[in-house]
Write a protein that binds this ligand. Structure first.
Ligand code: BGC
Length: 397
């Protein structure tokens, strides 16, 4: 209750802007829709005065909307998804009339991201939307945001250990992990076959709170089979901290997979068989695929490899039979959800929230809007990615 009151206080300035926008938009649409019979009866002089007044108000409203600035901070430009997220949000916010300051934190460089956010605050942004490189490095900079009454939306990744986070918008991250686990379970028929099947694990950056959902979600499905011995991890590496991949980097994943191949003697034939590699996302899956292809695995004997994002490279790999699945998270949906959130914030309303229990950032539960992920593979990519307009066939050639 206290938190809500505080939030509302913070937002009153924004509400005033919206009230202005709302009145102005009513006037604009009245002007656009033509005159009512009562209006027709008014004198020409009154009409002219009203028109001038409307035009002035509309012009003022336009400049107010344009001066309502959204600071968007994305982690890196080196991964396809964040470029899409940034672009989609910029387009959606600009179409709604906001002005946008979109920045990328170098190549996952925490100090760069923090100083960009400091600059955004200094330049007077009204709302911050942040996909943090490192979830627990934002405490200081966001304390400044909070002191200035700037609402903060954690985007995709939860920002930890600060009470400055107002809302969180993301995909159902636990579901992403369980989809990957279920895919491995179903492809290897773990419920009916006795195995043992060999599996290795890769997750993402330890500073990204999402890996706790992706990895633990996948393990919630696969752990019982590891316990019963139907699944075996020859390297013995099943701890999240051990299978983490710094920076979610393809190169780091490739290097680790190369080591696993040589240490455990994985071969397409005549060595240790490898049946599955559970990867938390596409950038790590791509490193794993590179290492496996270099070690002469082909689509005829490729292990089940999971991923997430439906990156173009990974979709091509799926079509070539060297990655098995990916989880599709339509970044357009998330961008629109965030715009809806900001519209509500500006209006002084409670944004659309559908989860009030899962995401505790250490200072309490952060009200969250969760979008639904969908499992993608070579079987359904057309419907999922082409028919929906996410990619063109050409992009996947
Ligand atoms: C996102 C994934 C992405 C990964 C690497 C995660 O926080 O949820 O979609 O693949 O970061 O950038």
């Amino acid at each position: 209750m206290k938190k809500t009151q505080k939030r509302m206080r913070k937002l009153t300035g924004l509400s005033r802007v919206l009230a202005f926008m709302f009145v102005a938009s009513m006037l604009i649409s009245a002007a656009a829709c033509g005159t009512t019979p009562a209006a027709t009866a008014t004198s020409t002089t009154t009409q002219a005065a009203a028109t001038t007044q409307e035009a002035t108000t509309a012009a003022q409203a336009d400049s107010e909307v344009q001066s309502f600035k959204i600071g968007i901070s994305m982690p890196t430009q080196s991964l396809q998804r964040w470029n899409q997220d940034g672009d989609n949000m910029r387009k959606a916010f600009e179409a709604a009339g906001y002005s946008v300051d979109l920045q990328y934190g170098g190549d996952n460089e925490v100090p760069v991201q923090i100083s960009q956010i400091e600059n955004m605050i200094a330049s007077g942004v009204n709302v911050l939307v942040i996909a943090a490189i490192e979830g627990d490095s934002m405490t200081e900079v966001l304390a400044t945001a909070k002191s200035k009454g700037i609402p903060v939306i954690a985007y995709d990744r939860l920002i930890m250990g600060t009470d400055a986070v107002t809302y969180y918008a993301t995909f159902d991250n636990w579901r992403v992990g369980t989809m990957q686990g279920e895919y491995v379970r179903d492809q290897l028929k773990l419920d009916s076959e006795s195995g043992p099947f060999n599996i290795e694990f890769f997750t993402g950056d330890p500073g990204d709170n999402n890996i706790n959902f992706f990895f633990d979600g996948a393990m919630s499905i696969l752990q019982p089979y590891l316990d019963s011995g139907v699944l075996v991890t020859p390297s013995g590496q099943t701890e999240k901290s051990v299978v983490a991949t710094l920076g979610w980097s393809t190169e780091n994943a490739q290097t680790r997979m190369e080591n696993l191949i040589s240490t455990n003697g994985y071969r397409p034939s005549g060595g240790t068989p490898l049946h599955a590699v559970m990867c938390s996302n596409d950038s790590t899956a791509q490193g794993v695929t590179n290492a496996l292809v270099n070690a002469d695995f082909t689509k005829e004997n490729f292990p089940v490899v999971t991923g997430q994002d439906c990156d173009i490279v990974s979709v091509k790999n799926m079509l070539a039979g060297v990655q098995s699945m990916s989880v599709f998270k339509d970044t357009r949906t998330l961008a629109n959800a965030v715009v809806d959130m900001v519209n509500a914030i500006v209006a002084g309303n409670e944004p659309p929230i559908n989860d009030r229990e899962t995401y505790d950032n250490g200072t309490g539960i952060i009200p969250t809007f969760l979008c639904e992920p969908v499992a993608g593979s070579a079987e359904n990519y057309k419907e999922l990615l082409i028919d929906s307009g996410y990619y063109t066939e050409d992009q996947l050639q």
